[in-house]
Design a protein around this ligand. Sequence first.
Ligand SMILES: Cc1ncc(COP(=O)(O)O)c(C=O)c1O
Length: 436
Amino acid sequence: MAKHDNKFYADRAKRFIPGGAHTYSKGDDQFPANAPAVITRGKGCHVWDAEDNQFTDFALSLGTVVLGHAYEPVLEAVRNELVKGVNFVRPSIIEGELAELICDIVPCAEMVKLAKHGSDVTTASIKLARAYTGKERVIRCSADAFNAVHDWFIGSTVVDRGVPQAVKDLTLKFEYNNIDSLSALFMQYPNEIACVIFEPISFIEPEPGFLQAVKDLCEINGALLIFDEVVSGFRFSLGGGQEYCGVTPHLAAFGKAMANGFSVSALAGRRDIMELGGIEGEQERVFLLSTTHGGETHSIAAALKTINTLKEYNIIDHIWKTGGLIKQGLSQAAESAGISDLVEVGGYDCKPAFAMLGNDGKPCMITRTLFLQETIKRGVLMPYIVPSFSHSPQIIDGAMEKITEAFAVINKARKEDNIAGYVEGDIVKPVFRKYN
Ligand SMILES: Cc1ncc(COP(=O)(O)O)c(C=O)c1O
């Protein structure tokens, strides 16, 4: 039990942190008024707030905690490294060990550079592509919700305040599964495109031949293909979305699930491109990635243990099955509560998606707020779904009973034509919006 109540910690965070959290998707505007204001600890797929209320967690720290909170074998590996010191003036042994392991597993990986955040490595991949091709424009995919916290990406969203126009002009967008939208950009900007970067697979299935067609277009036009595998990596398959889809990019960026919540990311790619960031040969140098904390040993130990555990116990398979159960459970719960028309369930089983809809059949923030409020009341945290090794069928069944009750409240509210009236605070908002 924490020393103070939830409100104490929430007030302090709001006073001293812009947005009240260091990640926008954790902010108050993303959750209903009754959401736990802080999380004090987690174990498996459960978390507790400052007042010791327990929640079944389906979000698992933005999708990072693939084995579950405080997974003991990972903690043990971390402890073993911690006592030896955490960072040194020369590389540690395990930096090389992790880089080699990634090269064994990931199809595009011939060399690897480690960092801390997914954004570190997506942005480094852009730098490398620009250096390799001598071109400046970047094409990203309009379907990707996020690729980096840096200006090249944020400048291409609605929240572009503070990003120079010259930077914004360099990022273009194409549509997923629409190869014509990509070839139109290559035609519009001949010899100017350094790379195409996007999530190879997310919620929608790539049409047959689409990813290979993107690669072909890149190669014909002298651009690099970069897969943002920060989410798809170590989830769709051990070798990531590229292994699952059978198309190997020139570079790829990994993060999230690779260290069970510890901060490790990796840029992986073809040797001749990656070597531009090296210090050998006569070439002009590229200042690729150089981070004080990139070699932090206990995080790297966490990544090694996580990846080896995923591999040894075929946990990717478990994750697919678990996600399938969650999707099935949600659909059944919606049906038995009589609101199938208000709940859209989709996505791949390893990365399910759901949307709460309005009476017009479109995603609705009011219905979403009521869903979050009523599930949180019943001890379930499901802002989004990230299946993990820690979600057992029994836990999922228990959560689905609670979700069915929450859906029943939504049905009652809908019958009274008053969903908004049942919401006990502000309506949640999208992260990417122009004004507060
Ligand atoms: C697809 C994708 N790429 C990149 C990132 C950036 O990762 P990070 O927040 O670790 O910088 C995210 C973060 O959510 C992401 O979802």
